[in-house]
Ligand binder design. Structure first.
Ligand code: THU
Length: 153
């Protein structure tokens, strides 16, 4: 791993941890933050956004990528950092176990990967601590279905 990789990891995990402080997760009390790195070095964040109708809840990664799309930048995603953990009484996510994107989020990340024609690095961490995982989307979602299968680039 290069110094650049470490710098990107630290930046994305810090931004995801900051974002997770705003998680709206009163039902699961599991706060998640995501931070998306774009080709120009800018970062877009998201948090999980739950709903009293539980099944309508949105994951942090999906929120971050929808915001990225709203900025016209879905093709420019290079990497994404994800963190999460059970909230303490003050609503702050806790714990050191790395959290990875759920299956639906992997499919949403794949939309950006195929549009941008690049594999996306997925950094995972807990809400605290120095345990990290580095994955490629292609390993998290092999043989993915995406826009390319519909003839769209
Ligand atoms: N969650 C995410 O935000 N991202 C994931 O990839 C996994 C799960 C959220 C959804 C829900 O608000 C809470 O974590 C517990 O499942």
């Amino acid at each position: 791993m290069t110094d650049d990789d470490i710098a990107i990891r630290d930046r994305l995990i810090a931004a995801a941890r900051e974002a997770a402080l705003q998680a709206h997760a009163p039902y699961s009390r599991f706060g998640v933050g995501a931070a998306v790195l774009l080709t120009d070095g800018s970062v877009v964040t998201g948090t999980n956004f739950e709903n009293a109708s539980y099944g309508l809840s949105l994951c942090a990664e999906t929120v971050a990528l929808a915001t990225t799309n709203a900025q016209g930048r879905l093709r420019d995603v290079v990497a994404i950092g994800v963190i999460g953990g059970a909230m303490d009484a003050a609503g702050k996510p806790t714990g050191t176990k790395p959290v990875g994107p759920c299956g639906r989020c992997r499919q949403v990340i794949n939309e950006a990967a195929q549009l941008g024609k690049r594999d996306i690095v997925v950094w995972c961490a807990g809400a605290e601590g120095d345990a990290y995982e580095r994955h490629l989307l292609s390993a998290l979602l092999p043989h993915a279905f995406g826009p390319g299968d519909l003839g769209i680039d």
